[in-house]
Design a protein around this ligand. Sequence first.
Ligand code: CA
Length: 228
Amino acid sequence: MAKETLLIIEDERDIIEVIEYNFEREGYTILSATNGERGLEIARSQQPAAVILDLMLPGLDGIEVARRLRQDPSTREVAIIMLTAKGEESDVILGLGVGADDYVTKPFKVKELLARVKAVLRRGPLVDDGSGGKRLEVGDLVIDNAKYQVLHKGKEVPLTLTEFKLLSALASVPGRVFTRDRLLEKIQGDAFIDERNIDVHVRSIRKKLGDDTDYIVTVRGVGYKFKE
Ligand code: CA
């Protein structure tokens, strides 16, 4: 079965080779670039389903490449998986902040990268936000973006507008990690909210949903995600 085309942007050729070999065996078509400029060109012309993007690149770095992918209408919806160096938590936060869908820490096992890529592709294209009047059904939850209403097991959950926006943003892409910064963007327009308050709102949402639920998962040092 023909699978998606993926693009890897990485300046270490042996990593490209390892990924090419293993992913092509799984049926993917792999394109590659050893610098960001070339990678962006290929992404625009070939429209891959996902980009595996190394953070440390000569010239344009991975963060800048991710930012440009997200800015360009022709590549805005591509899945982005970042390759980051071990222990560089700040890089992960930056990467997710500019819209990467997931990250894998170097050195990585090809199997792990494969699993992440598959998971991200399964989720489908990046959903910009939850304000499109869509109705999301996840587990026992129904999130109605037209009515600003959340039902849990059929019962309405009395969320504030800010709480609703947070939950809706997180649930729009289950499994995707949102930094506090990005969540803050999602609830813009609500006065007097700073990053730390995000934690308070999340606690309140959890409480209102019931302490036995585990819909919102804390990603330590980074932010939150909706459970997959
Ligand atoms: Ca590199």
